[in-house]
Design a protein around this ligand. Structure first.
Ligand SMILES: [Cu+2]
Length: 160
């Protein structure tokens, strides 16, 4: 009598598969998101601040914006969006920082990130993730020959 109401092996398989997919969806939803929020060892919330420099090429070479401000100890995702027709890079000169080695997207693969720098081909973006460790004003420049002199220079201000 009760046997006809018991779930068949097939039904159980569908149930298990659905549950598995649901768990996968939940896991995916939790791991995505633009701003990564974490709690550091002191129990403070640390989040990634996104700073984007774009390239201006109409008549002159320039970063937009020319200057940006970040905070000591707060993780930064610095992106260069190359909206121009030339190759460009961005170097934050001599900035003391903890740099995440595998954070580069589209950057030069295979060498350890010793500097806060990204390199882009026309129409591409590249990012570097770092945490500034000392306050100060650091030069932001494109290291391609002539580009700094043409105007690709600005500043990153690190405030305490
Ligand atoms: Cu350039």
């Amino acid at each position: 009598m009760f046997q006809r109401f018991a779930p068949s092996g097939h039904t159980r398989l569908i149930f298990a598969t659905t549950l598995g997919l649901l768990l996968l969806l939940i896991a995916t939803a939790c791991s995505s998101g633009a701003a990564e929020k974490k709690t550091d060892s002191n129990g403070h919330n640390t989040e990634v601040v996104e700073v984007t420099f774009s390239v201006v090429e109409e008549g002159k070479l320039e970063f937009a914006p020319l200057n940006a401000r970040v905070v000591v100890g707060k993780k930064v995702m610095l992106t260069l969006h190359n909206t121009g027709r030339l190759e460009h890079d961005l170097l934050v000169a001599d900035i003391p920082a903890e740099i995440e080695a595998d954070a580069g997207h589209g950057g030069d693969a295979g060498h350890a990130a010793a500097e806060v720098a990204v390199h882009t081909l026309p129409g591409t973006k590249a990012s570097v993730v770092f945490t500034p460790t000392h306050p100060g004003t650091y030069e932001v420049l494109c290291t391609l020959p002539g580009h700094k002199d043409a105007g690709m220079v600005g500043h990153l201000v690190v405030v305490a």
